[in-house]
Design a protein around this ligand. Sequence first.
Ligand SMILES: Nc1ncnc2c1ncn2[C@@H]1O[C@H](COP(=O)(O)OP(=O)(O)O)[C@@H](O)[C@H]1O
Ligand SMILES: [Mg+2]
Length: 350
Amino acid sequence: MRTTIAVVFGGQSSEHGVSCLTAREVLAVIDREKYDVVPIGITTDGRWVRETARWDDLEPGSLPMVRDSMPPYSWDEVRDLDAVFPLLHGPWGEDGTIQGLFEMAGVRYVGAGVLASAVAMDKPFTKTVFAAAGLPQLPHVTILPWEWDAFRERAVARVHALGLPVFVKPARAGSSSGVTPVHSWDDLEAAVQTARTFDPKVIVESSAGGKREVECAVIQTEKGMPIASEVGEIVVRDDSDHEYYDFEAKYLDGTSTNVVPADLSETMRQRIRRYALQAFDAIGCEGLARVDFFLTDSVDGGLVINEINTMPGFTPISMFPRLWEASGVSYPELVERLIQLALNRPIGLR
Ligand SMILES: Nc1ncnc2c1ncn2[C@@H]1O[C@H](COP(=O)(O)OP(=O)(O)O)[C@@H](O)[C@H]1O
Ligand SMILES: [Mg+2]
């Protein structure tokens, strides 16, 4: 019998379009000799449809969307699949929710399980776990909804203790959605309100200071051992008006480039790889992850860990595949390896 793989994309988060872009590329390289492939789109309001993931009429500079007009796909049908590739970013996809559905349905899937997905999606929880693992991080403050709503002065006082500048971010979002750098306390409230349009829970973090952001990819081998890729750097062009690596710079206007390998000493690259592997295991990750770091101006090389993404951007020009390319794993091979990992892993508690 042939193996049936579904690719799920789109979804209800602010990263819907990015997910669709990734799906188009992954669907183009999946080995059709080997697998029957079912593209499943999730619309922005959460309906599941049979998609084709071909968008011929896309305007330049715009991102694709799952079409409402496609025939519906019922959740129950996932039971008949051999494995699912949830190419979803953000809440309701990368956060353990859809992973829970697959666990309940007894279907295998690519990538992190429920707990690791949920921890990695939630920036304050990620920090708690990373701190317990001894990984260096920037100081931060979490603002819970009840505090902001009823005890705002107290929240603001805790934030002031961090000192300027800070970054205000939704606790559970991605692709820089709702992220604002704050250089004056007068701008704090507006920044928190912006973050809260994505998530009622907000994190405020000291600024890393510099513009250097480096990333390392992790995948598991057949035997389950995580291995780390080459290290890459995201360089936002100096003449761009992006103050940081925002959504536009990431996906739309070409003002950022991925430099692989990053221009760093061998010692620093090794340290980044070591931290990436520690981070992967600290959250109990599976399959794949991209671990992101900042290089700060402080002493001791100033390396701090920023976050771990359990379903990183996955087009051929995205950092995750680029890092594997530089480490000797081509894009189609990467997709195939991840599917194999999913097909070979046990269902249930692992
Ligand atoms: N503490 C910080 N210091 C400096 N830049 C930051 C900081 N936090 C976020 N940024 C900038 O905002 C971008 C998005 O923030 P990040 O924490 O990676 O959230 P996301 O989940 O949206 O990717 C980062 O890639 C970086 O450019
Ligand atoms: Mg990030």
